[in-house]
Design a protein around this ligand. Structure first.
Ligand SMILES: Cc1cc2nc3c(=O)[nH]c(=O)nc-3n(C[C@H](O)[C@H](O)[C@H](O)COP(=O)(O)O)c2cc1C
Length: 328
């Protein structure tokens, strides 16, 4: 499958955009473990055109992470188009439009998934941004606003007609936020629609190689996008790739192998953000990592790990875990 001129092999795996998670260091890690495309955290169009420095930093990309997508969110066509032009100067491979963010501060103000309540505007934004840049524009959205308005099947065609070159669908409604299970049946219906010719990227709850394979085979999607399953586990892409290629699981590596990756990530976060912010930024990955799940009597160590304030303190705790506990 292709998005614009970007060619992907069989079974592409994409790293989902995640605020406060998919910064350049994490994207590069995921890329090195086999992610076929990586997305930035969402970038506020309004903040970008107001030249807010913190927002501009989100446009920093590295050659090694290509193909890389910058995702924008906003409420009105013109400001988003203006922001898209600015984002395009950072030379991403694709600009993605966020019509799926459910949080109140975004959707409640008419951005992100809020646009699922104003389809004409959602389409106008897509059309305007497509016209404003000369790189592919893609869209990421949800099934609909709520249970009674799962409009994705017709919306997908409309989005395609606006010139979007791929569509990522998270199999939940806005009302569901992150609760319940992602429903892939409608994603499969969109993909099976003979009028749809743009790539369909399926997203939601893929956390195992087996589930990724099922999503490709049962729902026929062109790519699978992985979000939470990668937090504290950037090697998930390698595990899935191995399973898709060989039909069996990769097998566990020594604890030290995984630990080294997490330590490298923490070190890069510190280089990027300074010691204090680098460590607090890493905590979400440490808290979510499967590396520390199922370890007997781990609670006090876990608390200490998530409270450590300096790199030395944190690494001493992490090094102490090795050998003391058995990996399950
Ligand atoms: C911490 C976090 C931040 C997120 N930030 C974004 C974002 O910036 N843009 C976006 O389109 N989706 C965002 N999402 C949604 C994910 O991209 C994805 O659609 C969702 O988590 C479902 O996929 P998963 O089950 O693989 O995590 C975020 C999700 C999480 C958990």
């Amino acid at each position: 499958m292709k998005i614009g001129n970007i060619e992907f092999g069989k079974y592409p795996l994409f790293l989902a955009p995640m605020e406060d998670v998919t910064d350049p260091a994490f994207r590069l890690l995921c890329k090195q473990f086999g992610a076929d495309m990586v997305y930035s955290e969402f970038v506020s169009a309004d903040a970008l055109i107001r030249n807010i420095e913190k927002t501009e930093r989100k446009l920093i990309i590295h050659e090694a992470e290509r193909p890389v997508v910058i995702q924008l969110y906003g409420r009105e066509p013109e400001p988003i188009a203006e922001a898209a032009k600015k984002a395009a100067e950072a030379k991403p491979d694709i600009i993605d439009l966020n019509f799926g963010c459910p949080v109140k501060k975004v959707a409640g103000k008419g951005g992100g998934a809020g646009l699922l309540k104003d389809i004409p505007k959602l389409l106008e934004i897509t059309k305007t941004v497509v016209k404003s840049v000369n790189i592919p524009v893609t869209v990421k959205t949800r099934l609909g606003w709520d249970e009674s308005s799962k409009i994705i099947t017709s919306l997908a065609e409309q989005i395609q007609d606006c010139g979007a070159q791929a569509l990522a669908i998270h199999g939940r409604t806005r009302a569901q936020m992150y609760t319940g299970e992602a429903d892939w049946t409608l994603i499969g219906e969109v993909k099976a629609n003979p009028h749809i010719h743009i790539p369909i990227i399926g997203n939601g709850d893929v956390t195992t190689p087996q589930r990724a394979k099922e999503c490709f085979e049962t729902y026929g999607v062109d790519a699978v996008m992985i979000g939470r399953g990668s937090i504290g586990r950037p090697w998930i892409f390698e595990e899935i790739k191995y399973f898709l290629e060989n039909g069996d699981e990769m097998g566990l590596k020594p604890f030290s192998w995984y630990l080294k990756i997490l330590k490298r990530h923490i070190t890069e976060n510190i280089e990027w953000l300074g010691e204090h912010r680098g460590i607090t930024h890493s905590r979400r990955h440490l808290a979510a990592s499967p590396l520390f799940k199922g370890i007997d009597h781990f609670k006090p160590t876990r608390i200490a790990m998530l409270r450590a304030e300096t790199k030395d303190e944190l690494f001493e705790i992490l090094d102490g875990i090795e050998g003391k506990f058995e990996l399950k």
